[in-house]
Design a protein. Structure first.
Length: 152
């Protein structure tokens, strides 16, 4: 008897759609250890090409608002954060993941960099964003994969 495949898997195969894995680490379950997040957030490796798009997208990562990056030279890039050229030479993917997930765990409360994979609670959060993260687990892994390509 052939192996059985679930309906969502068939849809994914037919249409090339990525179906979220049950292996996704929830934002509340991310473990920081020695300034790293060693466990990937998904069961799939990140896609650096997708990460490059997320990095520049003003409605997603919007990393260029604060960081210069020669790979994506933009006239009005930010200068609040450090340039990211060669960031893969300075940090391992596990530390890059920790920084993207929640930079306050790495740099302290004084950093202005937002936590991209943390549910933020507070009084001044629009209803549409309550209980949500800025990026999905897959998008974080894509950004980490992209940042891992930025070598000097």
């Amino acid at each position: 008897m052939p192996p059985r495949i679930g309906c969502l898997a068939v849809v994914g195969l037919l249409f090339g759609v990525s179906i979220a894995s049950a292996e996704v680490v929830k934002p509340t379950a991310v473990v920081f250890e020695d300034m790293t997040v060693r466990t990937p957030l998904t069961g799939e490796p990140g896609d650096p090409a997708k990460g490059r798009v997320i990095f520049a997208d003003r409605k997603l990562g919007n990393c260029l608002a604060c960081h210069a990056n020669a790979d994506q030279a933009e006239l009005f890039h930010g200068e609040v954060g450090p340039p990211l050229d060669g960031v893969a030479d300075r940090y391992e993917p596990e530390m890059l993941r920790a920084i993207v997930v929640n930079p306050k765990e790495i740099f302290g409360d004084q950093t202005v960099m937002p936590a991209f994979y943390r549910i933020i609670e507070g009084q001044r959060i629009a209803e549409a964003y309550k209980g949500k993260t800025i990026l999905s687990a897959e998008q974080v892994e894509d950004v980490v994969a992209y940042l891992s390509t930025l070598k000097e």
